[in-house]
Design a protein around this ligand. Structure first.
Ligand code: COA
Length: 208
């Protein structure tokens, strides 16, 4: 397996990885009527707006089987999404596009009213990330390698800290994040927010 920067040809495959890991880390294909909906929220805007913080894991056959996606400044990213990402999606998926109570409708609600990060978390952990690997690529160090690559890239662009939100029932991912140095910050609405401070790279101001 090998890690490389994201390339535009990866888009469809990465949307697919997102869907196949979108139910608490398990396959979500049976949950959603629209197979691109999840990716259009959790993958698309990162590839479009922060391509330099998107890294892909290829399997031994050279097929993308995992990714890590970052946003350097969560507040600026939310602003950029309002300008350049949500408007087209809101037109494509109006409120009411799917049956009330369906998984698709929940994602459409997010498109129209995106989650807002807690300012107290952002003060120390202004960046955020998403990471997903297909089952066949899990458990062999790929997650650690992707995470290490993104943390280094975030430190390189001057981020002092990164947070993420994970479903409180995704015990596997929570164990992974703790192992990767993330601490629990807050829990609400079925989600756990975790954060990790970042050291400036050697040679940069503040480096030890
Ligand atoms: C969670 C996920 C990213 C982890 O990636 P991975 O490739 O399986 O993890 P790795 O094999 O690289 O493990 C890295 C380290 O974490 C440890 N680890 C992994 N899962 C762990 C767990 N549940 N508890 C404790 N440690 C764990 C490993 O032992 C390893 O430790 P080491 O490198 O010090 O020996 C991956 O399993 C995944 O994509 N799952 C499905 C999608 C998902 O849930 N994404 C997160 C959504 S918020």
């Amino acid at each position: 397996m090998a890690i490389r920067p994201y390339a535009p040809l990866d888009v469809n495959r990465l949307y697919d990885v997102c869907l196949r890991t979108g139910a608490d880390g398990e396959d979500a294909r049976g949950l959603y009527r629209d197979p691109r909906l999840l990716g259009s929220v959790y993958v698309g805007p990162y590839l479009a707006l922060e391509p330099g913080l998107a890294f892909v894991l290829d399997d031994d056959a050279g097929h993308a089987c995992g990714y890590v996606l970052g946003a350097r400044d969560t507040v600026a990213f939310a602003r950029a999404c309002e300008l350049d990402w949500w408007p087209a999606l809101r037109a494509q998926y109006p409120v009411g596009a799917f049956a009330d109570g369906s998984a698709d409708a929940e994602v459409v609600a997010l498109i129209h009213t995106p989650n807002v990060a807690d300012p107290a978390v952002l003060a120390a952990y202004p960046s955020h990330l998403h990471i997903d690997l297909l089952p066949r690529c899990q458990g062999t160090g790929g997650g650690r390698a992707l995470m290490t690559r993104l943390l280094a890239a975030l430190a390189e662009v001057g981020s002092p800290g990164v947070h993420l939100v994970v479903s409180s029932t995704n015990e596997r991912a929570i164990g992974f994040y703790r192992r990767m140095g993330f601490a629990d910050l807050a829990a609400s609405g079925g989600g756990l927010t975790m954060g990790r401070r970042l050291e400036p790279p050697p040679g940069q101001p503040g480096a030890h």
